[in-house]
Write a protein of this length. Structure first.
Lengths: 316, 344
């Protein structure tokens, strides 16, 4: 199957999943106990006029599938209406928060790759030796430590006790502002290390698998120095399988970001989502959940396509 | 060549060119039986148990877990209310203070009377951590158990029948997979509301899909085996083929995953508690104790966060040690790749 055909097939398979994701997001409001209007206004008393407006805005008088289609039409152009709590548009709320989460996520991903991949290589090359044991223990600790607790501990030591970092982020600064970047160091380390532990173990097992293959024997037999065998042959091939878990890593990082933003009070999507949940602000909840879901679906798609490009065998 | 025995009986197949004496010189059939037996049944379990016993770190994990279970059970007396009267069924009290009532001193740093200090509400943190083990441990075990009970039949049915059943179940799984674990759990709790059983329900809804995927993959590879064909030929019902023949042979990775998953679930539950979406505020669940952690840390009250967090770390560490031990015991060929926890 050519790459183009594979991409097309994969895109087609994505459509039902995207529809399902939107359906779940749409259904959230309707799964609530009580009348939809009550849910939408957070069970506050509203005037009959507002209620009529809401009914019209949400097409509540239409049958449910028509409501879904109309909602989907608006969602496609990123129109999620107004937030009931803060009286501003949901799109605006999201677009002001999104850059912070993206920044945090990218920094965390960079840290995770910078630690995880080299550590995995060393652990595999020195299998059974001290370095491997150290990496095993580090990975165990990385998996066992709740990321929010690690964040709290870093906050305690480096911000409160040593005073190296601020405890609250600088407000009203651009995303590339040095003060904000400096502040983001601790959250990014918190988020990146947990993900690095995972990445390291995957890199290690994928390296070990490759090291057992015939071509490695061949490369050694023809007298290539071990260093060249590892860097030119084994690492390159092992990285292919690491790409497949990249999408997994993104889901992991989004998950972590929701919690870590709370620890460091970063004004990102996670905090927006949590605040909205505590205030039962459903337009915001729907918009942020839909955005997260769609991001993960596309991350999966891109990872699959990159993988099929790197390793044409899987385009069955 | 041995002399042929001629037979006059009807229906007997006469084998020529076959020397019966060679057979006796072959490897003992007992070996073969042992090897076959090791693929299923008690012998495999015995071997797995033998390998598990060799694993010291797994035993360290079991030790930590056993200690925590004992502490959880004996932290406070357990009483059962029967007909208006409370009957104690567990009178021992290890935790020095009650977790419901406030003490006089709030925000005291660790000292002789309160080794872990007290909270803002004046509750003894040591007692909270001890009683909190009850919540965290039971949430982990119950949620994983229920997720297995839902996920395994779903995945087994999808894998065995294939076709549209498979499509329907696996599309649901794919859609749920589009949401990160915690985000989905948060959303479900936003819909259901807070509470012990609601939290467990949320974790099960998020958790079963992993088992469904895992067991489906296993079943796809197991169901072509001859013994499945034989069971079908003997006229066994589908349900008995799935649950008596296929599932037991595909369970090994599920057991490994479930063990490791207890740690993941406890971490997720703690994160929910920290976010204020877990149990009711003030319950001694480990994550919920940490929910005011940020303010406490900034105010310099480190003891509020350090000790409950360490309890979580030790518990999840122990679960992972045991889980790794179980995996190595069940599948000695495995290179010991990824460390658990990374379920999704």
């Amino acid at each position: 199957m050519s790459l183009r055909r594979y991409v097309l097939k994969r895109l087609l398979l994505t459509i039902p999943i995207l529809l399902g994701v939107t359906a779940i997001t749409f259904a959230m409001v309707h799964l609530q106990p009580g009348d939809v209007i009550d849910v939408l206004v957070g069970f506050n008393d509203v005037s009959a006029e507002t209620e009529r407006q809401l009914r019209e805005q949400y097409n509540l008088d239409e049958p449910i599938y028509v409501q879904y289609v109309l909602w989907l039409r608006d969602a496609m152009v990123l129109d999620f209406g107004q937030s009931f709590i803060s009286e501003r548009s949901v799109g605006e709320a999201i677009s002001t928060r999104l850059p912070y989460t993206v920044l945090l996520g990218i920094l965390a991903l960079v840290i995770s790759i910078a630690i995880g991949v080299p550590a995995g290589i060393v652990a595999a090359v020195k299998k059974g030796q001290q370095a491997d044991e150290v990496s095993r223990v580090a990975a165990l600790l990385g998996v066992a430590t709740p990321n929010f607790w690690l964040g709290l501990m870093l906050l305690l030591v480096f911000s409160v006790q040593l005073g190296w970092f601020r405890t609250i982020p600088p407000s009203d600064v651009a995303v590339y502002d040095p003060a904000l970047l400096k502040f983001m160091v601790l959250p990014a380390i918190t988020l990146g290390t947990a993900s690095a532990a995972l990445l390291m173990r995957i890199m290690r097992s994928s390296m070990l698998e490759e090291l057992n293959k015939e071509y490695v024997k061949m490369a050694r037999a023809k007298g290539l120095p071990e260093r060249t065998v590892i860097t030119k042959h084994v690492v390159r091939n092992s990285l292919i399988s690491v790409v497949t878990v990249a999408a997994l890593q993104i889901a992991f990082i989004v998950d972590g970001a929701v919690v870590i933003e709370q620890v460091f009070s970063v004004r990102g999507i996670g905090r927006l989502l949590l605040g909205a949940i505590l205030q039962r602000d459903f337009p915001i909840i729907q918009a942020s959940v839909l955005m997260i879901g769609v991001t993960i679906v596309f991350a999966n798609l891109v990872a699959d396509i990159i993988y099929s490009y790197l390793d044409p065998r899987i385009r069955y | 060549m041995a002399t042929r025995d001629k037979t006059s009986e009807r229906g007997r197949i006469q084998v020529t060119g076959f020397d019966a004496s060679i057979v006796t010189e072959r490897d003992d059939l007992v070996d073969w039986e042992a090897a076959e037996g090791s693929k299923s049944g008690t012998s495999r379990r015995a071997k797995a148990w033998y390998r598990f016993k060799q694993n010291r770190s797994a035993f360290l994990g079991i030790g930590i877990l056993a200690f925590m279970v004992l502490v959880a059970v004996f932290a406070r007396p357990i009483e059962v209310a029967v007909a208006g009267q409370s009957i104690p069924i567990q009178p021992i009290q290890l935790a020095p203070h009650s977790t419901d009532t406030s003490l006089v001193a709030s925000n005291t740093p660790p000292n002789a009377e309160h080794p872990f200090g007290t909270t803002q509400l004046g509750r003894d943190i040591l007692s909270q951590v001890m009683v909190g083990a009850r919540f965290s441990l039971s949430i982990g075990v119950i949620a994983v158990g229920l997720a297995v009970l839902v996920g395994v039949p779903m995945g087994a049915i999808a894998g065995y029948y294939g076709g549209w059943t498979d499509e329907a179940i696996m599309r649901v799984v794919d859609i749920l997979y589009a949401f990160p674990f915690l985000v989905l759990a948060i959303v479900i709790i936003a819909i259901l509301g807070q509470g012990f059983w609601k939290m467990i329900l949320a974790l099960v809804i998020v958790g079963w899909i992993g088992y469904a995927r895992l067991i489906r993959g296993e079943i796809l590879s197991v169901k072509e085996n001859e013994y499945v064909m034989a069971a079908k030929a003997l006229g066994a019902r589908d349900s008995s083929i799935i649950f008596k023949h296929i599932v037991p042979n595909a369970m090994a990775p599920v057991i490994v995953q479930a063990t490791l998953n207890v740690g993941t679930i406890v971490l997720a539950a703690a994160a929910l508690g920290f976010l204020g979406l877990g149990l009711q505020p003030g319950s001694p669940e480990w994550g919920t104790i940490l929910s005011g952690g940020r303010d406490a840390v900034i105010a310099g009250r480190w003891w509020v966060t350090v000790f409950p967090g360490l309890a979580i770390v030790f518990f999840v560490l122990a679960v992972n040690l045991v889980g790794d031990g179980v995996r190595d015991a069940m599948d000695p060929q495995d290179t010991g790749g990824d460390t658990g926890g990374g379920f999704r």
